[in-house]
Structures are given as structure tokens and as C-alpha cells.
Design a protein around this ligand. Structure first.
Ligand SMILES: NC(=O)c1ccc[n+]([C@@H]2O[C@H](COP(=O)([O-])OP(=O)(O)OC[C@H]3O[C@@H](n4cnc5c(N)ncnc54)[C@H](O)[C@@H]3O)[C@@H](O)[C@H]2O)c1
Length: 253
């Protein structure tokens, strides 16, 4: 059977847990040569070690995407290890905590923008420099349905994800003529470590997070959408948002 990412050097951010970890496992099974990163250095090394034990190529590096210097070092380490960079899944992010617009403060707002928006910007900047030099590449950013639809009490998160979709489209249009595709995957409620923590700390019943399918998405289902966008099967698709929501059209994150 064809492997969708056979031999493709692929960076994933936020790969210690949730969607990023599921993507690491899926992309490895599809033949990718992986550089996994996360602010949780021990956690991401454990994911890489488990993949190596199964015979896959996976290295890990502690990286906080809010630091442009650390992101630059991650991309440089990837090129140092594998000689190139074909695909990037810029997925690191922090989820939302319900809060009225009236209660948003500057530090909180800036934190969401730093992780969810600037983080992906620094990733794209360093990744695209390498991709331009080698003649192409593909990028998927993890946004959210909350980056497309109105959701109450999610101002900082909503701002970060609307912004992320905007810079995804802008980057796609700037580099479409140079063999670089940039898209976004937009999940709704997905059963991840981050979602379980949200459910526990907010004391919400898990079924309140369910959409029309009567369940949350799995991390693997979101990773599958990202895989398709990264693969050559999506070769004419750029600047797009792929909503993976089980039929939801808004009101959830
Ligand atoms: N789970 C959902 O319901 C859902 C819905 C829509 C969008 N998303 C988005 O999907 C992405 C992944 O979410 P998840 O649910 O898998 O979360 P998660 O909390 O399970 O995993 C996120 C990972 O990102 C890492 N991370 C956080 N801040 C970081 C930073 N500054 N630098 C590097 N790594 C960092 C964490 O350590 C963690 O390992 C996020 O961008 C999130 O906004 C998730």
C-alpha cells in the first residue's frame, strides 16, 4: 500500500499530547521522517522514543512556539538531522476557558495570541524559508471551527484562531507560485488531554461537548484530515480551511 508521506521530513508542534501526538503516530505509519516538538520536552521525547521502538524515524526537541528563536532552532535542527523539510503540522495551542468579553485582561489576551497565533507565524516563517530554498513544501496549521464561527465567551481564543486562519490564507496566496501549500484544519470538540482537562476543571458534562454525531472527534480523526492536506493528494488545495466537526457548524470550540 502507498504511504502518503513516504520519506517526507515532517515537523509537528504540540506533539506530546492530543492531536499532535495522534498525528505523530499516524504520520509515522505513513512513512514520514519526524521531528516532534513540544514545550513539554520529556513528554515529546517519550512519544518519539515509542515510535523509534516501533522502527520509525522520529526525533524530539523541546520547543516553546512563543519563542521565535526556539522555533528557528527547531527548524535548523530538522534540516541538520534530515537535510530538508517537506511538511509541517503547526498544531501547538492552548484551549479556551469560558469568559465574558467584559473580563478579558491584557496578559490573558496576549498569551493566547502568543501561543496560538504568533507561534504559528514563527513556525511558518522559518519553515517557508527552508521550503523556498528547496523548491516547495506543505504546511497545515491547527485552527478551530471557533476561527470561522461566532462562539460566545471565547474572545482571546476566537481572536487567535480567526487570526490564524487569516495568516494561513495570506501565506498560501504569497507562496502558491513557489510550490508551497498552506492550509488549516478546523476541529471542534475533540477528545484530547487538553479537552479532558477542560471538562474536569470546568465541571461540564462531557456530552455537552458532543455535536450532531453524538460524540466528540478523536485526535486520530483530526490527524487524518491534516494528513490529507499535507499529502500530494491535496496538490491543488491551498489557503483552505478543512472543518473536521462531525456536522457542527458553530457554537463549540
Ligand atoms: N481538542 C479540541 O477540542 C480542539 C478543538 C479545536 C481546536 N483545537 C486545537 O488543536 C490543537 C491541539 O489541541 P489538543 O486538544 O490536542 O491539546 P492538548 O492540550 O491535548 O495538546 C496540546 C499540546 O501543545 C503543547 N503546547 C502548549 N503550548 C505550547 C507552546 N507554547 N509551545 C509548544 N507546545 C505547546 C502542550 O504541551 C500539549 O502537548 C490546538 O491548537 C487547539 O487549539 C483543539
Amino acid at each position: 500500500m502507498t504511504q502518503e508521506l513516504a520519506g517526507k521530513v515532517t515537523v509537528i508542534t504540540g506533539a506530546a499530547a492530543g492531536i499532535g501526538k495522534a498525528a505523530a503516530e499516524l504520520f509515522a505509519s505513513e512513512g514520514a521522517r519526524l521531528m516532534l516538538s513540544d514545550v513539554n520536552g520529556e513528554g515529546v521525547e517519550a512519544v518519539a522514543a515509542a515510535l523509534r521502538a516501533q522502527g520509525h524515524e522520529a526525533q524530539a526537541m523541546a520547543t516553546d512556539v512563543t519563542s521565535e528563536a526556539q522555533v528557528g532552532a527547531l527548524v535548523a535542527a530538522t534540516v541538520g538531522a534530515y537535510g530538508r523539510l517537506d511538511c509541517a503540522f503547526n498544531n501547538a495551542g492552548i484551549g479556551h476557558t469560558p469568559l465574558s468579553l467584559l473580563d478579558v485582561d491584557a496578559a490573558m489576551f496576549e498569551r493566547y495570541l502568543a501561543v496560538n497565533l504568533s507561534g504559528a507565524l514563527w513556525c511558518m516563517q522559518h519553515e517557508i524559508r527552508v521550503m523556498l530554498a528547496q523548491g516547495g513544501g506543505t504546511i497545515v496549521n491547527t485552527a478551530s471551527l471557533a476561527g470561522l464561527a461566532a462562539t460566545p465567551k471565547m474572545i482571546p481564543y476566537t481572536a487567535s484562531k480567526f487570526g490564524l486562519i487569516g495568516i494561513t490564507k495570506s501565506a498560501a496566496s504569497e507562496f502558491a507560485g513557489q510550490g508551497i501549500r498552506v492550509n488549516a484544519v478546523c476541529p471542534t470538540s475533540t477528545d484530547t488531554e487538553g479537552m479532558r482537562e477542560f471538562i474536569a476543571t470546568q465541571g461540564v458534562a462531557p456530552d455537552r461537548m458532543f455535536g450532531p454525531m453524538g460524540r466528540m472527534g478523536t485526535a486520530r480523526e483530526i490527524a487524518e484530515a491534516a494528513l490529507w492536506l499535507l499529502s500530494d493528494r491535496a496538490s491543488f488545495i491551498t489557503g483552505q480551511t478543512l472543518v473536521a466537526s462531525g456536522g457542527s457548524s458553530g457554537q463549540t470550540g
